[in-house]
Design a protein. Sequence first.
Length: 269
Amino acid sequence: MKTIIVATDFSAEADNAMTYAAAAAAEKGYKLVLYNLYNTSIHAMNARISGSEIDQIFEWRRNKHREIAEMISEIYHIETDIYFATGNFYEELLNCIQLHQADLLVMGMAEKSLEQDLLGNTTTEVINRLKFPILSVPLNAKYNGIKHILFACDISRGVHRVILDRVHDFAADFGATVEVFHVRKKVEEIARDQELALVDISLADVDHFYKQVQSSEIIKAIEQEIVTSKTELLIMVPYRHGFWQSLLHKSKTRVMASGNSVPLLSLPL
């Protein structure tokens, strides 16, 4: 049985991601783990709340977390568990992933804003920091099955076999067709036969096809293809830039995550 972790802070975006993941888990028989981290606020610390009162707050949060998991289990008829913690968000998230031997992390995504585009948010920061499959779900996304996957990649640079295997497994699980989409800036940037052959081998037993377009605006080309193909899921590979490069280049995966209209599955190496 595969295990999905949903990071929730009880916001509207997190709640929508949770229901999206629960619906997918119900269809495929996956297990759901609800991850929540709570630290005492600076206001509570300044108010000098007693230790026993802080314990009561933690217990209330833990009980609320457990009640939500039980409700999800009853509604969707799936196995659920909780991971309630305090401390460092990323350290505890890694502990949760390792403890439950999870296969996927699901997080909500707020609507696009200028501040978010420039600075990112928790979800885009997790995509940047964790080498783990992460599904970011926009607030307006609803789960209605996954029949078409748009895999936006740079075929001319080559795609690692590990990434192709993950795309294959995800598509096979959901019985989806994979559109391998390549945006080339120059006419000569054509995928070579050996690169296409590796994709064909990895995706041999799932329906897939290729589409290449020429455009100097990669993000806009992907956004247009999302609309044209009526895809249910976008897959991208986040490439890591060095510090100085990061000042000049925005991560295309991060930009798509923060302004996307469909769920984005980030598959890092």
